[in-house]
Design a protein around this ligand. Sequence first.
Ligand SMILES: [Zn+2]
Length: 120
Amino acid sequence: MNLNKNDYIRLLNKTHFISFRPITWILNKFNMGAITFGIIVFIDKDLKGSVGTILHELVHVQQYYNYWFVGFIPVYLYHFFRGWIVTSFHDAYMCVPFEIEAYGYRDGSFERVYNEWRYV
Ligand SMILES: [Zn+2]
């Protein structure tokens, strides 16, 4: 995936970052700090300053656009449960191509875009 500055702004403007304690509490129980459903990102309050986490979740938002909600969820779960057979629950998500893409995605220019967007 290749995202540019305009993509980042578009994704940031469409995405709702929600720090809802009951949900982030459950996420923490699974060693997760954030989870994305379409344009909704439930995220630990403390992680809103984590540029790497924000970028990771924005890659997921774009994946939802590419695959649509009805495509993303089944493909994600298929690979997750297939991975769970050969590894552990906690490692299974790294068998999901969406995660491999999101974890592999790097762009040093994102931090400046995010901070400008965040503090305007
Ligand atoms: Zn992810």
